[in-house]
Design a protein around this ligand. Structure first.
Ligand SMILES: Nc1nc2c(c(=O)[nH]1)N[C@H]1C(S)=C(S)[C@@H](COP(=O)(O)O)O[C@H]1N2
Ligand SMILES: [Mo]
Length: 360
């Protein structure tokens, strides 16, 4: 097809500019929301969050193609540059960065860029896109017009676009399976396997910046307190580790590992201190202040591990004691635990605390 023909076809099929722009805005918002939400999903029943995120990502590619085609001269023609063009270009770069890393990740590329996994870079682009898109929108704001959104044809076209995106994703998955890329043995979360047993089998990961000095086991003690009849301080030698549990750790940076963890069952610990009747939650606190809270029934079943794959937990993996919370994402598996606090309510502030605990 000649360039001219292509342009005519493009001009004919492209939706109204405001429809494209506002759809992009809404879809990016939904992507940021579903991407962040996906961080909290660790059980297979939550798969729709991930599928939605992927399908909407493909839909954005199509809409962004229309958009970039439409504005190409404003960007390529230097005489038409305005101060706001810089913001527009940066917004496009962040969007293309998020899309390309997302697609390479889905296609099975499993590489690190400096310290970060490809998936973490994707998250970085996505988060950078939020302020850029808001700035871009404030410089180039055009209110949505009813006429651009009305009509059956618009609705049908849009539905067609979404269906086409889902089909593209299916074909992509088929290609992964046929080509046996790293894309085929991943979890529903997109995470890729790290095989083997023990400390060396999987990476040491920090959620943001937690990096405490190695802990001296002889100076360390675990305190169990809060809504309990008899709080205790347990030295390492007094832990009596006798529980064992196979559990899957799934990090939001895109890898998972199945390990045999051993240590103490939190339920045994709670019996030992005699948790009170109105207790509903259990908070696990790290020496760094990092913390996470589980509902008490779930907590009973969790393990505070001293060992992984038969080896003493290394410092990097949270030794002397770390939380093993099956079904939860990795960032909730608190490392370097030195306090267990029985409570009668959840802990919304934990979200903020996990982000800043590494800075002092
Ligand atoms: N105290 C503390 N616990 C933490 C973290 C952290 O930064 N600080 N990182 C979490 C994250 S994001 C993951 S994926 C797991 C990683 O455990 P690993 O380093 O043993 O692989 O620990 C979690 N526990
Ligand atoms: Mo993680």
């Amino acid at each position: 097809m000649s360039g001219k023909r292509l342009r005519t076809v493009f001009a004919r099929v492209q939706p109204a500019p405001r429809l494209v722009d506002w759809s992009l805005f809404v879809l990016v918002g939904l992507e940021v929301a579903s991407g962040l939400l996906s961080f909290t999903v660790g059980r297979p029943s939550g798969w729709p969050v991930f599928e939605f995120h992927r399908i909407a990502g493909v839909t954005i590619v199509a809409l962004l193609a229309f958009k970039l085609y439409r504005v190409r001269r404003r960007i390529l023609d230097r005489d038409r540059w305005m101060p706001s063009t810089a913001v527009s270009v940066l917004t496009a770069v962040a969007a293309l960065g998020a899309l390309s890393t997302g697609f390479l990740w889905v296609a099975g590329l499993d590489v690190r860029i400096a310290y970060w996994t490809l998936l973490s870079v994707h998250v970085g682009f996505g988060l950078a896109l939020v302020p850029l898109l808001i700035a871009h929108l404030s410089t180039r704001f055009r209110p949505p017009r009813r006429v651009d959104f009305e009509g059956r044809r618009t609705a049908v076209r849009f539905a067609g676009l979404v269906v086409a995106s889902a089909v593209v994703l299916r074909l992509q998955r088929l290609a992964n399976a046929v080509l046996e890329t790293g894309g085929s043995d991943r979890r529903f979360t997109g995470s890729q396997p790290r095989e083997g047993a023990g400390n060396a089998a999987f990476p040491v990961t920090s959620w943001v910046a937690d990096d405490p000095d190695p802990i001296d086991r002889d100076a360390w003690a675990l305190s169990v307190d809060g809504l309990v009849a008899s709080p205790i301080d347990l030295e390492f030698g007094a832990l009596e580790p006798d529980a064992e549990r196979e559990a899957l750790l799934d990090c939001t940076s895109g890898w998972y590992t199945v390990q045999r963890w051993s240590g103490i069952r939190v339920g045994d610990l709670l019996e030992r201190v005699d948790a009170e009747a109105d207790a509903t939650h259990v908070r696990f606190v790290s020496v760094t202040g990092y913390r996470w809270t589980l509902p008490i029934e779930e907590a009973r079943d969790a393990v505070l591990a001293t060992h992984v794959g038969g080896e003493r937990l290394s410092h990097g993996h949270g030794g002397p004691l770390r939380l093993v919370a099956p079904g939860r994402r990795g960032f909730q598996w608190v490392k370097w635990v030195d306090r267990v606090e029985v409570r009668d309510r959840p802990d919304p502030a934990q979200w903020l605390v996990t982000l800043i605990s590494g800075f002092d």
